[in-house]
Design a protein around this ligand. Structure first.
Ligand code: FES
Length: 125
């Protein structure tokens, strides 16, 4: 799959991200460090974030690749229960210390891509 723009990186088939289903994990280099990230579908749109809580820099999934709470309204951190809006990453409850780090994601011709930027790069193999 050829990305439609040079700073876009293919992630998964759009159909693989279903509402309330598993998120798609991926790795990035963020400020020079290898970090986990994820993309999930919420209210029809795909959103991407670094898998790093704003309370303590820990991964947040409560089961591998599951981030939404039981209501489906918030991303919940498994460690201490911080709550974040799935569309903006804004912290709306618990001990979080600010928003999640958002990663721009794009759906194009049935494929989800994430967008690199100056502090967020693809991992070179
Ligand atoms: S590490 Fe996420 S709430 Fe504490």
């Amino acid at each position: 799959m050829t990305p439609p723009e040079p700073d876009l990186h293919p992630l998964c088939h759009a159909a693989d991200l279903v509402e309330g289903g598993e998120a798609c994990p991926f790795d990035v280099r963020y400020q020079g460090q290898t970090c986990r990230a994820f993309a999930l579908r919420w209210r029809g749109r795909v959103h991407g974030y670094l898998n790093r809580c704003s309370h303590v820099a820990m991964e947040m999934d409560w089961r591998p690749n599951h981030f939404l709470d039981l209501t489906g309204l918030h991303i919940v951190c498994a460690s201490h229960g911080a709550l974040f809006r799935p569309d903006t990453g804004q912290c709306v409850g618990g001990p979080g210390r600010g928003p999640l780090i958002k990663i721009d994601v794009v759906e194009h011709e049935g494929v989800v891509f994430w967008r690199s930027q100056y502090n967020l790069q693809a991992i070179e193999f």
